[in-house]
Design a protein around this ligand. Structure first.
Ligand SMILES: [Zn+2]
Length: 291
């Protein structure tokens, strides 16, 4: 429990201190996933990298000031430039490198709702941070509604929209032959996941999406989560169970007529998160969904 709690607060703090973040101190770590797929970690969402004869395909591009270091890390793996950047969704910690990669010649790809959000100024509800519209170079030139495929580097790369969850434009990127899935922030490895309700996210949508995702993969699948270390299908199902349990408790409390304050003061997230500002924000947002 302690680890989970620290994880949640850490994530919230990292997000709220984004303006003050000194990117010169961030190093990019390369973690092999298969013989031609890697996970890069720096600051922000995990990056998936597929290299091979066809070129370089990445999922997410973190913060703009990190692009140089990300390109350097990729250059250590392959001499081919980045052809495609798939955004798992539009949040800045996953997509603020878009303008740099777009200017360098990569095609940005995203779910259509995510592209529309990137066209205009947004506010990320976790911390109220404003995210300015991207210029043309940072906008996805290719979008999809429900699903699309790439046949690239020996993989059938299936990109799937499973409905609203973390936001209203999340993409799952499944490298079928390699059996590797990048989930974006639909699945993260800290306690309570951020669900961006004002921007189309929903708890029940996330629960449903996780079930659909679990059906797409198997027990041998290696999952690159939106944040945190590599995972398995069982980790994703355990995380889904947590959300189901919390939803049940929340709905029972609401059925009893409890107010938001009463629910915050109750044990609705007991076993999953300790009391604190981050937990309270989460519970109030979920309460609004189900009241
Ligand atoms: Zn996000």
């Amino acid at each position: 429990m302690k680890r989970i709690t620290v994880g949640l607060l850490g994530a919230v703090l990292a997000s709220t201190s984004v303006f003050a973040q000194d990117f010169s101190q961030v190093n990019i770590t390369t973690i092999p996933v298969t013989d031609n797929i890697y996970m890069l970690q720096g600051s922000g969402g995990n990056i998936g990298v597929s290299i091979g004869d066809d070129g370089t395909f990445i999922v997410d591009d973190q913060f703009a000031p990190l692009t140089g270091k990300i390109v350097e890390a990729i250059a250590a793996l392959t001499d081919k430039p980045v052809d495609f950047v798939v955004n798992s969704h539009w949040h800045y910690d996953h997509s603020d490198g878009n303008e740099n990669f777009g200017k360098a010649g990569a095609y940005i790809v995203a779910q259509d709702n995510s592209r529309h959000r990137m066209e205009t100024d947004q506010v990320v509800s976790l911390n109220g941070r404003e995210q300015e519209a991207y210029d043309a170079s940072g906008l996805p030139k290719i979008t999809f509604m429900d699903a699309m495929k790439f046949y690239f580097n020996g993989n059938t790369i299936e990109i799937v929209y499973t409905g609203p969850g973390h936001t209203d434009g999340d993409a799952q990127v499944y490298f079928r032959e390699s059996n590797v899935l990048h989930t974006g922030d639909m699945f993260v490895r800290y306690g309570l996941p951020f669900i961006d309700q004002p921007n189309g996210g929903t708890t029940s949508g996330m629960i449903d999406s996780l079930w659909e995702i679990a059906g797409l993969i198997d027990d041998d699948t290696i999952i690159i989560p939106g944040h945190g270390q590599l995972a398995k299908r069982s980790d994703l199902l355990e995380y889904r169970s947590m959300l189901v349990t919390i939803r049940e408790r929340l709905q029972a409390a609401i059925a009893q007529g409890q107010s938001a304050d009463q629910v915050v003061a109750s044990d609705v997230v007991e076993g999953f998160a300790a009391p604190g500002a981050g937990t309270e924000r989460w519970v109030r947002a979920a309460y609004e969904e189900y009241k």
